[in-house]
Design a protein around this ligand. Structure first.
Ligand code: GLN
Length: 383
């Protein structure tokens, strides 16, 4: 069979690869980001109830009204602003679908999108399938700060989109209000849209507060903001995400969404809506919850040779194994799976041109016992 691959250089995502390897090797999987503890039983109960009540047919294309209204209340609670469920909020299949739809909605052949390395791996393929190309700007380790001068130098008349992810996966850095001001100044009077991946909006550490594009009066007018109940309700397999954008952008996003997934699993949407009505503050303790896990894991690793890099947000933690080995991160991660029975995520796949670095990403959304076992295995590997 002859055909031209549209993404000849793209393999299987590193998350799937490492989860598969973990199964093959019987390794503890602290690579791909998902919790290993149960969801709130009240959320599970809501799902059973709405299915029994017959909420089993197509949901409206843009998402069930009850859920979009709950999302609007939640946004008001977080950012103090009202967003219209009818014209500004769309429910999607996880954050990933929202990202894809937003990209297809605004970029086309010949256009450029700016992304920041290490970049979450879903961005570039979406841009390329739209016929556009990515211009990648590196966040420099160890602090992974945004360099807005570099962004300015990368702008040209083809630039249509800047994708910013904060809290940032996989670097665990966060953008602050100054970063958003700098971004707003750069796109002022230019035909550039912002796609803000904010799926870790509720996981910031050490009293930091999330700077959302939605809370920025200028950026809000030019941005798609993407969120995820997978992260917020510890239910990554439910694949319920949403996109918030001004009406004109939402209209374009929905043109893609309606022919991509059309509409999202309806009982799951009704269940989340009911749960948020019954437990409106279910998500308010997330930063403290994950900060305790971050501190537990970094404490257990202290002095092990796996040096934690301070994490400002996300439910991940980077460790530097440079004191232990000069292996590439791919080779070292594979050794850890085979010899320590621990699956992690190497960082090089998130770069166009990986710098010399010896970093691995660990997921801390795990039971304390899992983190203790993981730390013990990493320590035993060093000895
Ligand atoms: N967001 C998850 C992570 O960063 C991965 C999701 C996926 O496997 N596509 O680990």
């Amino acid at each position: 069979m002859r055909f031209n691959s549209k993404l000849p250089d793209v393999g299987t995502t590193i998350f799937t690869v490492m989860s598969r390897r973990a199964l093959e090797e019987g390794a503890l999987n602290i690579g791909q980001g998902f919790p290993d503890y149960p969801i709130d039983p009240r959320l599970a109960r809501c799902l059973v109830d709405v299915i029994g009540e017959g909420r089993n047919q197509y949901a409206p294309m843009e998402g069930v009204t009850e859920l979009r209204e709950q999302i609007s209340s939640k946004l008001h609670g977080s950012y103090g602003l009202r967003f219209d469920p009818q014209s500004e909020i769309t429910v999607t299949c996880g954050g990933t679908e929202a990202l894809y739809d937003a990209v297809q909605a605004v970029v086309g052949p010949g256009d450029e999108a700016i992304i920041f390395d290490p970049a979450y791996d879903a961005y570039e393929p979406a841009v390329r399938l739209a016929g556009a190309r990515c211009v990648r700007i590196a966040l420099a380790p160890p602090a992974f700060r945004f360099d807005w001068d570099q962004v300015r130098r990368a702008l040209n008349e083809r630039t249509r989109l800047i994708i910013i992810n904060s809290p940032q996966n996989p670097s665990c850095t966060v953008a602050d209000r100054n970063d958003l001001d700098a971004l707003a100044a750069l796109i002022r009077d230019r035909p550039i849209t912002v796609l803000a991946d904010e799926v870790y909006e509720h996981v910031l550490y050490d009293c930091r507060r999330h700077a959302s594009v939605l809370a920025h009066p200028e950026l809000r007018e030019h941005s798609f903001a993407v969120f995820s109940f997978g992260k917020t309700l510890h239910a990554t397999g439910w694949r319920i995400g949403y996109c918030v954008a001004p009406p004109a952008l939402t209209r374009e996003l929905r043109k893609v969404h309606q022919f991509n997934t059309f509409s999202i699993v309806s009982p799951l949407q009704y269940a989340v809506a009911r749960y948020l009505r019954e437990c409106p503050d279910a998500w308010t303790g997330l930063s403290a919850f994950f900060q305790a896990k971050r501190d537990l894991l970094t404490g257990l690793l202290r002095g092990s040779g796996f040096e934690p890099i301070p994490a400002a947000g996300t439910y991940f933690q980077l460790v530097d194994y440079g004191a232990l080995s000069t292996d590439s991160d791919m080779d070292f991660a594979d050794r850890l799976i085979r010899e320590a029975k621990i699956a992690t995520i190497p960082l090089s796949p998130f770069y166009a041109a990986p710098p010399a670095m010896t970093l691995l990403r660990l997921c801390i959304a795990k039971r304390d016992e899992t983190l203790e076992t993981a730390a013990a295995r990493l320590r035993a590997f060093v000895r």
